[in-house]
Design a binder for this molecule. Structure first.
Ligand code: ADP
Length: 254
């Protein structure tokens, strides 16, 4: 692989209302290793800003209105970014904060702008850390979830692979939280109505999209010829396995 997008969601990053510092540290270590070993360019799409904001402000309520969420994201984002920056710095890598809205990916001029800037950042060997720009994203114009955002980013920069980290091993034929006999689907060539019907919403308290948004992301990837995998992010060794070419999780082949 030459260019890889990694999406890490709140269900992997947030533990007891706090961002898991060890997770970020390990993620950056892995990225650093593969940058050196195989010259891979990485882009990270990271959630977690709202959780950090809530922690800093001292709100523990699970139900925030949109305005409150936007404020928490704005307060949390620089703290989250600092964690990434510190870990990148420890590995002699530069980071870059990129906040995008749905508008940026639908309007052609802005899309090309975003793409060219991302490519320029990669040119300096820096790692873009992307999140949705919540401050200006109202409900109507929101991309809404980082699964979709990460797929669009992977498509515009012509990435070869999108790795979506989840709190589960991959896509199952039905929601394993409700069905004991659910079976992991190892490879998908075509997203069927049945898969969508059996893909529920967010399973964890902090997760947002659930499997539905991951299937939407897979559709974008298939359309733009990007390979996508869903793997369990509870162990980041799974990223290493994928980058070494091992087949784990669910692979969506374009
Ligand atoms: P993330 O923060 O990683 O995006 P989510 O909680 O949003 O996490 O999504 C993963 C969850 O989706 C799983 O833990 C599971 O409960 C739920 N889910 C619903 N349907 C399925 C399915 N068919 N296969 C796998 N997981 C499913």
């Amino acid at each position: 692989y030459k260019r890889v997008v990694i999406k890490i969601g709140s269900s992997n990053l947030v533990r007891d209302g706090k961002v898991d510092d060890e997770k970020i540290k390990n993620l950056i270590k892995i990225i650093s290793k593969f940058k050196k070993k195989d010259n891979i360019e990485f882009i990270i799409v990271s959630s977690g800003a709202v959780a950090v904001g809530k922690e800093k402000v001292g709100i523990s309520s699970l139900k925030l209105n949109i305005r409150q969420k936007q404020a928490m994201a704005a307060i949390g984002q620089p703290y989250l970014m600092r964690k990434y920056k510190e870990n990148l710095e420890n590995n002699n890598i530069l980071g870059a904060q990129v906040l995008l809205t749905s508008d940026d990916l639908h309007n052609r001029t802005r899309l090309i702008n975003a793409r060219d800037t991302l490519l320029e950042i990669l040119h300096y060997n820096a790692v873009p850390i992307i999140n949705e720009n919540d401050t200006v994203s109202t409900e109507e114009i929101k991309i809404g979830d980082n699964d979709n955002l990460s797929a669009r980013v992977a498509a515009i920069v012509d990435a070869e692979l999108l790795i979506i980290l989840s709190d589960i091993d991959g896509l199952y034929n039905k929601n394993p939280k409700n069905h004991n006999d659910a079976v992991l689907i190892k490879e998908v060539f075509d997203i069927t109505k049945d898969m969508k019907k059996n893909a529920g919403g967010a399973g964890s308290k902090v997760g947002t999209g659930g499997m539905i948004t991951k299937l939407e992301a897979a559709e974008v990837c298939m359309k733009f010829n990007v390979e996508m995998v869903i793997i369990n992010g509870n162990s980041l060794d799974n990223i290493v396995d994928i980058l070494n070419g091992k087949q784990i999780g669910t692979k969506f082949s374009p």
